[in-house]
Design a binder for this molecule. Structure first.
Ligand SMILES: [Fe+2]
Ligand SMILES: [Fe+2]
Length: 208
């Protein structure tokens, strides 16, 4: 084989993920622009919360504390940007239930540390990677403001994916452990992304 070209961050994420977002989900998102933004705001808030809960639990890991603190700030900044867009568009921030996605992935985490932390970090990598892939898929279909915003977000999410993956590797006992857990999580992730879902959300499966 000839030497392959350096993959872009987005290509690396597409290679990491087990499947592409189904076209039907893209249609769902374009049919529900209000719901998409509300649930997007929720996702940014939850991403910050995940980082904060790791900070609360793993005070002995300075690399984790530093990375997660930066991540939490960045996710809250994204949250501010999303609610800014919602305000300008007169979209009320109404309550929206969570999708099955994050719970479906977190159910796979092992029960005690350090295994639990490895899994939570890898699951974080999948969530960030999927968000990145979806921003990239959606961007060309959106109005100019959202297109620009989503293209800027996909760059941060690809960095977040890298941060989670690197942290997981430092906590894991071996490369083999990381690979096995990635394979297991990938299988579940694919089911959650491809199988029919009941309600459209930012991380839902296709509806209808
Ligand atoms: Fe974000
Ligand atoms: Fe993120």
């Amino acid at each position: 084989m000839t030497e392959h070209h350096q993959m872009s961050p987005l290509e690396a994420i597409q290679a990491f993920l087990p499947c592409r977002t189904p076209d039907r989900w893209i249609e769902n998102a374009l049919e529900n622009p209000t719901l998409m933004l509300i649930d997007h705001a929720n996702c940014e808030k939850k991403a910050a919360n995940t980082a904060l809960s790791l900070i609360n639990r793993y005070t002995d890991n300075f690399e984790l504390l530093n990375k997660m603190s930066r991540l939490a700030r960045e996710e809250m900044r994204h949250f501010e940007q999303v609610i800014g867009i919602m305000k300008r568009r007169n979209i009320a921030y109404k309550h929206v239930t969570a999708s099955r996605y994050a719970t479906g992935l977190r159910d796979l985490a092992r029960n005690s540390d350090p295994e639990k932390l490895v899994d939570v970090l890898l699951i974080g990598a999948f969530i960030e990677a999927r968000s990145c892939e979806r921003f990239a898929r959606l961007a060309p279909h959106l109005d100019a403001e959202l297109e620009k915003f989503y293209n800027s977000l996909l760059k941060s999410e690809s960095r977040h994916y890298q941060d989670y993956l690197k942290l997981a590797k430092t906590v894991a006992s071996s490369t083999d452990e990381v690979e096995k857990r990635i394979a297991l999580i990938a299988q579940r992730e694919r089911e959650l992304i491809e199988s029919p879902d009941t309600e459209f959300r930012f991380h839902s499966g296709p509806v209808g």
